[in-house]
Design a protein around this ligand. Sequence first.
Ligand SMILES: [Fe+2]
Length: 167
Amino acid sequence: MDELKQAYIEKLGKSLDMEQCIVDHLPSLIEASTNEKLRAGLSDHLKETREHVARVEQVLAGHKSGEITKKDDAFRLMVENAGKEIEKIEDPDVRDAVIIAAAQSVEHAEMARYGTLVEWAKKIDEDGDCINMLKKTLGEEEAADKKLSGVAEGSIFSTGVNEMAAK
Ligand SMILES: [Fe+2]
């Protein structure tokens, strides 16, 4: 059980880095997107993500002091690569679609992460408030992912396809 607790704390540290990485990169994605619903959704999620940082910090504070962040290199690389991909695209509709794809990859990584953390937290008898905070974040990541699917299905692709058909 000690080893699982160790792995849990390590993953929390990486999750803090993951959330901070999102706080750093989301503003440039919002800047690069043109669809109003997409911009609004990403802006809302930026606010939520700041809360996610605070929640992970709070959960970690119960286990660790001092340097609590653990670099999540794999996640950072994924975000960096997505940024490079987005930069290259000139068509605003295509850029929006690629931004949605990147944001959904991020959400799926976060959903997997928090799903794991919630289960591990239960197994190591984590404090109930901490489990609830992790669950709350998981719910918000799922909602953000659904919203992105809605934008992709509702506006960008359907108007784009219809416009293309009309030409
Ligand atoms: Fe998050």
